[in-house]
Design a protein around this ligand. Structure first.
Ligand SMILES: NC(=O)c1ccc[n+]([C@@H]2O[C@H](COP(=O)([O-])OP(=O)(O)OC[C@H]3O[C@@H](n4cnc5c(N)ncnc54)[C@H](OP(=O)(O)O)[C@@H]3O)[C@@H](O)[C@H]2O)c1
Length: 336
């Protein structure tokens, strides 16, 4: 019998691309997707995908959908506790083992709250095999830690019948392929702030460095995990070991500011391409409207350097898509 997949976040940048990838690669899968609104051309594009109407707070709907799924792929909000609890409760009601693939993010290892490396290179590089003990015991204050913890506890309590994987991408670039949002988060925010400052910008000496992945490279990890899950889990790590970084390259803030500045000047968005240094305090409050304190530091002045050793070991994973520098012009054009 064809496997049944239940996916959330199908109108999002990442989740939409996961949906599109699965539908195109495996038309034989039965796929259901949670939607709180149905994009206009959704049914035309995905006539065989079953729509489950609801949002992340529709606990019973989510739980009931999970009961019917061999594999749940949860993509839209890496911090939302009621939805992950409902999914786990549903999967545990099943009579047979099932799989949960959850989207987290390398915010969990970012140094934005440490203060020591604001705008400076942090030599610490995390890999998802050697540093696993530290990654799965990050302080509660770290981004996405609340939900990672719920999943890790469920995996430890019910590992015989619930196989979990946490996909932990760094910053993502490239155009998505889903039915809703197709742009990532970094460049729209950077352009908006650069317009306000009048120039591309950095804090400190701008050497703070983050890892990156092209959305299409990230899809390789999703596809391999879903295919492994459908085959009973063979070929992938699950539970405590099922933690997957996805980085393929890294870039410092000052190098991004230089490259973006040239493009934004050429397209008339900025009159000055030369990056400028701004005060730590200014960058810190830039994204205050998001109501996450210090989010500006996280986004533009922190380090988050990761290596995807597990995916490389298990799947032969490596970056094959356009590099960040090659894709930047298209990403910037899409948000100006
Ligand atoms: N983009 C990146 O560079 C990146 C990197 C690492 C980690 N992440 C993390 O990955 C997650 C998703 O990122 P994204 O860029 O794909 O975000 P996105 O494009 O904004 O997509 C969010 C998706 O979740 C859905 N959603 C959100 N809240 C919902 C709710 N209460 N009920 C039902 N659906 C809801 C949205 O549905 P609607 O269309 O109905 O709003 C949309 O489908 C975020 O938590 C982010 O922190 C992102």
């Amino acid at each position: 019998m064809a496997p049944h997949l239940f996916l959330t976040g199908g109108t999002g940048y990442i989740g939409g691309t996961v949906l599109d990838t699965l539908v195109k690669t495996h038309p034989e899968y039965n796929i259901s997707v949670l939607l709180r609104h149905v994009p206009e051309d959704f049914v035309r594009r995905y006539p065989d995908v079953k729509i489950v109407m609801g949002d992340y707070d529709s606990g019973e709907t989510i739980s009931n959908a999970a009961v019917n799924a061999n594999v749940v792929i949860h993509n839209g909000n890496s911090d939302h506790e009621p939805s992950i609890n409902a999914l786990i409760a549903g999967l545990l009601r099943r009579g047979s083992p099932s799989f949960l693939i959850h989207l987290s993010g390398t915010g969990i290892v970012a140094d934005w709250l440490e203060g020591k490396y604001v705008g400076k290179l942090n030599p610490k590089v995390w890999n998802d095999i050697d540093d696993l003990d530290e990654i799965v015991s990050r302080p509660d204050r770290e981004l996405h830690r609340n939900v990672d913890k719920i999943i890790q506890k469920a995996a430890s309590d019910h590992g015989d019948r619930l196989k979990t994987a946490i996909v932990c991408p760094p910053d993502i670039y490239g155009t998505g392929r889903g039915p809703g949002r197709t742009q990532s988060v970094f460049f729209p925010l950077f352009v908006k702030q650069a317009r306000a400052v009048g120039r591309p910008f950095y804090a400190g000496d701008g050497t703070n460095t983050r890892s990156w992945v092209h959305i299409e490279d990230l899809m390789v990890i999703y596809l391999k995990l879903v295919e492994a899950a459908v085959n009973g889990g063979k070929g992938a790590d699950w539970g405590r070991d099922g933690y997957y970084f996805a980085a393929t390259q890294e870039a410092s803030q000052v190098d991004i500011a230089k490259a973006a500045g040239k493009i934004l000047k050429a397209t008339g968005v900025l009159s000055d391409a030369e990056p400028c240094k701004i005060a730590d305090q200014e960058v810190d409050t830039m994204l205050d409207s998001w109501s996450i304190p210090h989010l500006g530091t996280y986004m533009f002045a922190a380090n988050s350097r990761t290596r995807a050793h597990r995916a490389a070991k298990l799947f032969g994973y490596e970056g094959k898509s356009l590099s960040l520098w090659e894709a930047m012009e298209a990403d910037l054009s899409a948000c100006v």
